[in-house]
Structures are given as C-alpha cells and as structure tokens.
Design a protein. Structure first.
Length: 202
C-alpha cells in the first residue's frame, strides 16, 4: 500500500483527469449523499461510484478488501439504525456510507494524495487575502483522505484476525477491535499534529 493512500497506478481516463477536478467531483457526490434522503436515489449514487471503479480498472486484489470493509460496516450500521430508528433510515444511512466512502476511496485509488493537496493549495491561493490558509486546508484534506486508506487497512486486518479465529461472522469480533484500533490511530494522529504545532496560530 502506498504510504500516501490506496493509490493504484494506471492509465485509465480517471487516472488522467486533473487532481483538482477529481476532488471537486468527489466533493459534489459526497454532498449529494447528504442532500438526498431517498434510498432509490442513494442507490443510484452507489451505482455511479461502482461505474467509476469499472472505468478506473482497479485490480480485484486491491478492490476486494475495500468492498468487504464497506459491506461489513454498512451491515453493522444498518442493523443498529434499523433497531434504533427504522428500516428506511437504516437504508439511507448505510447507502450514504457506501457512496461517500466509496467515492473517497476511488479518489485515492486514482490520485496521489500529495497531488490533491498541491492542487488545493494552488486553487485556494487567491483566497489568502480573505484569511484562508491553503496549506492548512490542504493538510486537513490530505489527512482526511489518508484516514480513508488507514481505516480500510485496519478493517482488513481485523477481518483477517477474526477469520483466523473462526469468528468472521461475528459483528462483535469485528466492531470491538476495529473501534479500539481506530481510537488508537486517532490518538496517535492527534499527538503527531500537536508535536508539529498544527494547532498553533501563526
């Protein structure tokens, strides 16, 4: 795995698109998942993301761990939401998760994260006069995209461990270690940012 994300080198049309354009497309799709509350239209967005993967020609060995992680997370979330709220709300939440994380992962599969950060810093440069800090925005976006690949790696590792124990069908065997490792990652990331003074004012 590329240390900057899930990047899978290729020559597909999506790989050749400018990083900034792909980021804007991902942002629009993720925003659409928030604005849409119909399971039918959210399913259409999920199909659009799936079509993007087909166009990008991502190798199956790279794609399957992500698919397993998304389906398992969606299943856990659907079960909880259906129990606490309703089947409709559960379907909406699960489909939003699949569409949003699928789109973000597609971006990292077809674009180096440092290219996205550089494109954002260039595009936001003129806004410095209004107090916008392009470097800060780029860092935030880069960390967010990095988190997608990190969580995918954690989920795959937890699944493999559960499978080795013969507990691959247990939601608890996945959810508990996944949560613990995710919180540990968040804590380590916070310490790293504090050490480099990311929260200090200029």
């Amino acid at each position: 795995m590329n240390p900057l994300g899930l990047y899978a080198p290729g020559s597909s049309p999506l790989h050749r698109l400018p990083a900034g354009a792909k980021f804007l497309g991902m942002l629009l799709l993720v925003t659409s998942t928030v604005l849409v509350s119909s399971p039918r239209w959210l399913a259409v967005l999920c199909l659009a993301v799936a079509l993007g993967y087909a166009v990008a020609r991502i190798p199956a060995r790279r794609l399957l761990p992500l698919v397993r992680m998304l389906l398992l997370m969606a299943a856990v979330l659907f079960a909880l939401q259906a129990w606490l709220l309703s089947v409709h709300d559960a379907a909406v939440t699960a489909l939003r998760l699949v569409a949003a994380l699928g789109a973000a992962s597609l971006l990292t599969f077809t674009t180096r994260v440092d290219a996205v950060v550089a494109a954002l810093e260039r595009g936001l440069g003129p806004l410095r006069r209004f107090g916008v800090r392009p470097a800060r925005v780029g860092l935030f976006v880069g960390l967010t995209l990095q988190a997608v690949s990190t969580l995918s790696g954690i989920a795959s590792s937890v699944q493999e461990a559960a499978r080795a124990r013969g507990a691959e069908r247990s939601l608890v065997a996945f959810a508990v270690p996944f949560l613990v490792r995710t919180l540990t990652y968040a804590d380590e990331l916070g310490e790293a940012l504090a050490a480099r003074g990311a929260g200090d004012e200029d």
